[in-house]
Ligand binder design. Structure first.
Ligand code: AVI
Length: 327
C-alpha cells in the first residue's frame, strides 16, 4: 500500500528495529525519564564536544593532554613497550590527539608495535587510516569500526601479541560505578595475563571547579545536551522545542557523581513516531553521569574487575589520573 504520508512512512521504516529509537522510547517512558548520553555524539554532537573541550571551564582534556605531552617516556616504560612486539589498542580513539604523543615517542624509539584504534564512528577510522600513516610511516596500524567490546574481542582473536589497551578521556566516568565495573570485567575477559589497561579518570577536586566544567558560561554544555532532542526530532520526526527545556547540572561531592538533567519547562505531549509521551512542567530527564573518582575508587574498580594497578600518571594539578593496570 502506498501511504498518503510518505514522510511518515520513511520515519517508520527507519525506526523499526532501531536501538536508538527503542532506547529513546524506553527512557522517556520510564520514571524518572532518561536518555543515554552515548547518543550525544551525532555529527553536530561531535562538533559541540570539540567546542566543550576548548571552553575555559572544561579542564579534563587539558589535564590528560599534559600527561601525554610530558610523560610518554615513563608511560612507555611502565607499559613495558620495549619488550616483545605488542598491540596498542585504543577504545574510542577519536582523532587520537593525546595518543599521538605516545605514538611519536614509540616511533622515535623504534619500538615494535601495531596501533589498533577502535571507534564507533566509521568516519573517524577512515580519517585515522588516511592521516596516521603519513605522519608515522614506521607504525603499523589497523583500525576497527564498531562497538568497543566486540572489536576488542576481534583484535584478541586475530592477534596473539600482548595487548596494551587505552581507555582515555574519562570515558569510564560516563558509566556509573556498577556499569564501569561490569565493563572492566568484560574488558578483562577479552585479555590474557600480562596484558594491560590504561584508564583515564577525572579525580575529585573542589566541587565548584567540577560543576563549572559542566555549566560553562557560554552555554556550550547546555547546547550539547539539547542537541540530543534536536537529533531525536531530525531522526524520528519528533516535535521537541528546545526552548521548552533547560539544562541543570549537579555535582554531589559525597558520591563524586556529576550529573546533567534537562528540565521540562511546561506540561506537554511530545510525539515520537507513533508514540505520544507526556511531560509534566518541571519534570526532569536524566541525561548524563560524569563520575569523579578518588584514587581508592580506582583501586577498588581495578580489584573488582580482576586487574592489578602498576603505575599512576597525574597532571601537575593532580586533577586527572591515568592509571595503568595489568591483567
Ligand atoms: C566524553 N566524556 C568523558 C565527557 C565528560 O566529561 O563526561 C562528556 C561531556 N559531557 C559534558 N561535558 C563533557
Amino acid at each position: 500500500t502506498v501511504s498518503q504520508f510518505p514522510e511518515v512512512e520513511k520515519v517508520n521504516e527507519r525506526i523499526a528495529n532501531n536501538d536508538f529509537f527503542k532506547d529513546v522510547i524506553d527512557g522517556l517512558s520510564s520514571q524518572p525519564k532518561n536518555l543515554k548520553s552515548k547518543y550525544f555524539y551525532d555529527q553536530a554532537g561531535d562538533a559541540i564536544f570539540q567546542e566543550i573541550m576548548k571552553s575555559p571551564e572544561y579542564y579534563p582534556s587539558d589535564c590528560e593532554m599534559e600527561i601525554f605531552a610530558e610523560q610518554c617516556a615513563a608511560l612507555a616504560e611502565a607499559m613495558m613497550c620495549s619488550e616483545n612486539e605488542f598491540d596498542l589498542v585504543e577504545l574510542g580513539a577519536g582523532d587520537a590527539t593525546k595518543t599521538k604523543f605516545l605514538l611519536r615517542h614509540l616511533s622515535d624509539q623504534n619500538i615494535k608495535f601495531s596501533y589498533k584504534p577502535i571507534d564507533i564512528s566509521e568516519n573517524i577510522i577512515n580519517y585515522l587510516h588516511a592521516t596516521l600513516p603519513v605522519v608515522f610511516p614506521k607504525i603499523q596500524m589497523e583500525g576497527f569500526n564498531g562497538d568497543y567490546l566486540h572489536m576488542l574481542k576481534k583484535v584478541s582473536s586475530t592477534s596473539q601479541k600482548r595487548k596494551v589497551v587505552l581507555l582515555l578521556g574519562s570515558s569510564i566516568g560516563n558509566m556509573n560505578i556498577g556499569e564501569a565495573t561490569e565493563f572492566c570485567i568484560k574488558i578483562r575477559g577479552t585479555l590474557s595475563p600480562g596484558d594491560m589497561l590504561l584508564i583515564g579518570t577525572d579525580l575529585r577536586k573542589n566541587p565548584s571547579t567540577i560543576l563549572a566544567a559542566y555549566n560553562d558560561k557560554e552555554g556550550v554544555t547546555k547546547k550539547f545536551n539539547l542537541n540530543l532532542l534536536t537529533r531525536i526530532n531530525r531522526e524520528f520526526g519528533a516535535n521537541f522545542d528546545i526552548l521548552d527545556f533547560d539544562h541543570f547540572p549537579t555535582y554531589d561531592p559525597l558520591t563524586g557523581a556529576c550529573k546533567s538533567y534537562l528540565i521540562c519547562l511546561k506540561t506537554q505531549v511530545i510525539r515520537i513516531g507513533s508514540f505520544a509521551l507526556s511531560f509534566q512542567k518541571d519534570e526532569v530527564i536524566d541525561m548524563e553521569i560524569s563520575q569523579k573518582y578518588t584514587l581508592e575508587d580506582t583501586r577498588s574498580l581495578a580489584s573488582s574487575s580482576g586487574f592489578v594497578p602498576v603505575a599512576d600518571f597525574y597532571d601537575k594539578k593532580k586533577w586527572f589520573l591515568d592509571t595503568l593496570w595489568i591483567a
